[in-house]
Design a protein around this ligand. Structure first.
Ligand SMILES: Nc1ncnc2c1ncn2[C@@H]1O[C@H](COP(=O)(O)OP(=O)(O)OP(=O)(O)O)[C@@H](O)[C@H]1O
Length: 278
């Protein structure tokens, strides 16, 4: 249903210069001793995480354990109370924000803008004209099943459609780091599987550093090369599971993976960690 590439082909990109946010320098995403309190609530306690450039980390954990807070700290929108965060060589909040495309749980679509106009916001923010940004984003509408709805306002869309617009906007931002917070939670199972397949194929073609927060353990294991489990609040990393790569893309490869006894054993082990993390 969805085709593979994230952005329409353009002229080959030159190798990013040193200092360019797209150039990997050192670790992809690294957190050392990161903690965050909101008043009396300790949301995150002493988180240590390291994701190599173009690595894909899945984060699972009980509701309220601080997963979303972790993402908003990585991209610099929430300041940690303790610890350090580095994103592709940037330790300061504006530098981290420049390197990250963040898809929050709530879609934050602008109600007065249509689908296309919402999806092109990051490109407008990067200095493209509305026309140039529309040219880049429009081909993606079809791939996300939104072509007929280009001018529809968010209030005219279903929850699943709004989530697809939000996901499209995140991918279209074309940043080297994707922070995805339950990106497919509101989708029906067929569309969800389609978008998982699309994302996996896109990342195979155009690797990026990904931190994926999800309540779906299978989704984390299908899309990521490592999955960490957070404890109930205050959130700590209590388990880390390496996920062996698997060959192929698309629905057949996914189904074979889901039926693989090694995959089932991995899923059960993450679920067991989750149960003891509550
Ligand atoms: N801006 C805020 N002000 C006050 N408390 C907050 C704020 N953001 C998060 N919290 C609190 O911090 C804790 C962690 O919230 P967070 O949204 O990070 O959890 P989560 O693991 O993403 O939850 P869920 O899986 O339900 O989305 C919660 O107790 C929440 O109430």
């Amino acid at each position: 249903m969805f085709a593979r590439r994230s952005v329409p082909p353009t002229a080959p990109a030159p190798e990013p210069a040193p200092g360019d946010p797209r150039r990997p320098a050192g670790p992809g995403v690294e957190l050392r001793g990161v903690a965050k309190r909101f008043g009396d609530i300790t949301a995150v306690a002493g988180a240590d995480l390291s994701v190599p450039p173009n690595g894909r980390l899945g984060v699972v954990g009980p509701s309220g354990c601080g997963k979303s807070t972790l993402l908003s700290m990585i991209c610099g929108l929430t300041g940690p109370d303790a610890g350090t965060i580095d994103v592709l060589g940037a330790a300061d909040a504006p530098g981290r924000l420049a390197r990250c495309a963040w898809m929050p749980q709530r879609d934050l679509l602008l109600p007065w803008r249509g689908v296309l106009a919402n999806a092109r916001i990051p490109l407008e923010n990067q200095g493209l004209t509305r026309r140039e940004a529309s040219q880049r984003v429009r081909p993606l509408l079809d791939r996300f099943g939104l072509a007929e709805f280009a001018d529809h306002r968010p209030a005219q869309l279903s929850g699943g459609m709004r989530q697809r617009v939000s996901f499209l906007r995140t991918v279209a931002a074309d940043k080297p780091v994707l922070l995805l917070d339950e990106p497919f939670g509101a989708l029906d199972s067929i569309t969800r599987a389609d978008l998982q397949d699309w994302l996996r194929a896109m990342l195979a073609d155009e690797p990026r550093t990904v931190v994926l927060v999800t309540h779906d353990v299978e989704e984390a294991l299908l899309l990521c090369d490592r999955v960490v489990v957070m404890s109930a609040r205050p959130g700590r990393i209590v388990a880390s599971v390496d996920v062996p790569p698997y060959a192929g893309t698309g629905a057949a490869a996914r189904r074979a993976r889901l039926a693989d006894p090694a995959f089932i054993a991995l899923r059960d082990s993450v679920l067991a960690h989750l149960e003891s993390a509550r």
